[in-house]
Design a protein. Sequence first.
Length: 269
Amino acid sequence: MSVTINDLLDILIIAFLFYKFLMLVKETRAEQLIKGLIVILIVWKLSEWAELRMVNFLIKNMMTLGLVALIIVFQPELRRALEYIGRSKFLRKSISDIMEEEMDQMLSEIVEAVVSLASTKTGAIIAIERETGLNEVVHTGVKIDAFITAEIIKNIFFHNAPLHDGAIVIKKNRITAASCLLPLTHSTTLSNDLGTRHRAALGLVERSDAMVIVVSEETGVISLAMDGKLSRFIDKNSLTSILRSKFKVAKKESPFSWLTGRVKREEHI
């Protein structure tokens, strides 16, 4: 039996899809469910080999009904997989039509507001939309449609302000809504020291590719949630660097940088 190029291509595609699936469910509740499913399959085959007819009959019928159950149980993961495919480069549209200078200014305003809120231990949660739309979250809050400035963000989260309780959602170069409700994470590994804001931030990034910045009201610590994970103790420089890299903002250079470089090269000649 000869192996053709099509056979090799077929194997490579299946292996790639299987690898991507494993990476998608890694460190999620689906990972544990898959392990349990593998155990059931092993027991099923062992029951056939050992001729345990009753056990084999029971597992076989459970597997038939289990196909429907799996779709229900894995609904969040299936949705996440489809969103991942939709965010693939060959289907991706530009994140926004904002000029690079305007994007850099927007990120600077966000960082300035976050650092200021952290210094006064003012609790805050800022959700920044990327490829996955956050309209479902926007509808849970109060629409405001405002320019992004540090002063507006600080005023929204000012203690006892009407909209301070909840998250603000940033879409492109606008603060779209405030006092929004975010879905809470179901993770059982999150530290007990973290409150509702951190659980809400992690819950949103588990369901979308959004970035969520959290300022703790108790400690003033800045946290950043993205790609299904939560990072704490983020400083100003790290936050700026991460935001610029994720939103593809290049480091600013002087308009005469080409001339400076030329002079330096001539000095070395």
